[in-house]
Design a protein around this ligand. Structure first.
Ligand SMILES: *Cc1c(COP(=O)(O)O)cnc(C)c1O
Length: 427
């Protein structure tokens, strides 16, 4: 059923009521974003009657496709019994069990609602546990919209040219040291300079928020070694990569064990939920048994928990084929896209890991944020617009990641290749 207002009219109205007309800046693009009416499987359907093969997938939150029946059923069933209790439930214990069964470094789990909350709590946990102040992060990595990590952050912060947000006290920012990704020499030097002050190293083990950027073989191992040497904790922010690269996330995919992992996005199957997980001796620093305070009215709420259990159970059941199939179909798509660009003599770099990929409009091999920034954003934007007209929705920024879900059909992928071929003729 078509809504009464068009996307254009809705955006005009929204702009008077919501800053920039959107509730998260990454959703904004010119001349105005389409407004979604409903989503099913691999498709978004907008209020103007268009449908799009979706590669944004709610910025990576969706792995089985939109409105996945087992998730909807679990949530409908839970709705009958109440939506939030303010008491513990058995389902929270079941979910914690499922997570610890599959995420290698997870002895214990604390649930929260969003990725930002999870990283905020993880950083406080690391500082509380080590009794030290400094945080090391990497350029282009995004860890949510809170003070200690909005320093040279990726995602919307890079897209809109404000990687350093206003409103962050200098005293907060000075405790965050930012280094280039994949640069082992600088890492070693800085760790030495920071000496005894380093509480934690936080990193996206494969970056998804500057577009896809992969870790060099030695980088993650070196992070682990550095953290150990400084008696600091290594935090893998797996809000994107958790349950996406493998059931055990990047930790399993790359075989490097951090001390703390943050999870979100895929975990909730489309509902807001996140988690801080890690080694027992670290996790027991959380209140009420330890001195690190962390809390949330909606943390572990039964709706999100039921969606998360349905999602993880399904991932567990399908894991032997699912991750191989996703990686296989994404690799095939990427190969076909590469050929199209080569045929047109257009220099791009396509980075891919598992079901994640980004087409960078640059001839520089992209291994860090500085190199990602050599991309031609104007070209990307017209490519993006052109794809929209052909019914393909890529996330609206050069510095975001395309996600393939298990709902993407052979036909969807073929349509995408055709759409890209025809978009390239318009560039
Ligand atoms: C999305 C994301 C976050 C923030 O999650 P929200 O749910 O948007 O707060 C943190 N870290 C990474 C790696 C992310 O991709």
């Amino acid at each position: 059923m078509a809504s009464k207002l068009s996307s254009s009219a809705l955006f005009k109205k929204a702009s008077g009521l919501i800053p920039g007309g959107v509730n998260s800046p990454v959703r904004s693009f010119k001349p105005y974003p389409f407004f979604t009416e409903y989503a099913k499987g691999s498709k978004l359907h907008d209020v103007d009657g268009n449908k799009y093969v979706d590669y944004c997938m709610a910025y990576g939150a969706i792995i089985f496709g939109h409105s996945h029946p087992p998730v909807l059923e679990a949530v409908k069933k839970q709705l009958e019994s109440g939506t939030v209790y303010g008491t513990p439930t058995e389902a929270e214990v079941d979910l914690a069990q499922l997570i610890t069964d599959h995420v290698p470094c997870a002895d214990m789990v604390r649930l929260a609602n969003t990725g930002a909350e999870a990283t905020m709590h993880a950083i406080r946990l690391a500082r509380g546990f080590t009794g030290k102040p400094k945080l090391l992060k990497f350029e282009g990595c995004y860890h949510g919209a809170h003070d200690s990590v909005l320093v040279k952050a990726g995602s919307g912060a890079t897209t809109f040219g404000v990687p350093n947000s206003l409103g962050i006290p200098e005293n907060t920012a000075k405790n965050t040291v930012v280094l280039p990704y994949n640069d082992i020499e600088t890492l070693k030097q800085t760790a030495e300079d920071l000496g005894d002050d380093l509480a934690a190293i936080i990193v996206e083990p494969a970056i998804g928020n500057m577009g896809v950027i992969l870790p060099s073989e030695a980088f993650l191992t070196e992070l682990k070694r550095t953290a150990e040497k400084c008696r600091a904790l290594l935090i893998f922010d797996e809000v994107i990569t958790g349950f996406r690269l493998a059931l055990g996330g990047a930790e399993e995919y790359y075989g490097v064990r951090p001390d703390i992992v943050t999870l979100g996005k895929v975990l909730g199957g489309g509902f807001p939920i996140s988690a801080v997980v890690g080694k027992k001796k670290v996790m027991e620093s959380f209140s009420p048994i330890g001195g690190v305070y962390e809390a949330g009215t909606f943390s572990g709420n039964p709706i999100s928990v039921s969606a998360a259990i349905a999602t993880l159970s399904e991932l567990e059941k399908q894991r032997s084929r699912l991750y191989n199939n996703l990686e296989g179909s994404t690799s095939k798509l990427v190969k076909n896209l590469r050929e199209l660009f080569t045929d047109k003599n257009l220099q791009v770099q396509i980075n891919q890991v598992a079901s994640m990929f980004t087409i960078f409009f640059t001839n520089t091999y992209v291994t860090d944020s500085k190199k990602a920034l050599t991309s031609d954003k104007t070209k990307f934007n017209s490519f993006h617009q052109s794809l929209l007209r052909k019914g393909v929705f890529f996330p609206p920024s050069q510095f975001e990641t395309c996600f393939v879900s298990s709902a993407h059909t052979e036909e969807d992928l073929e349509h995408t290749v055709e759409a890209v071929a025809s978009a390239l003729n318009e560039l």
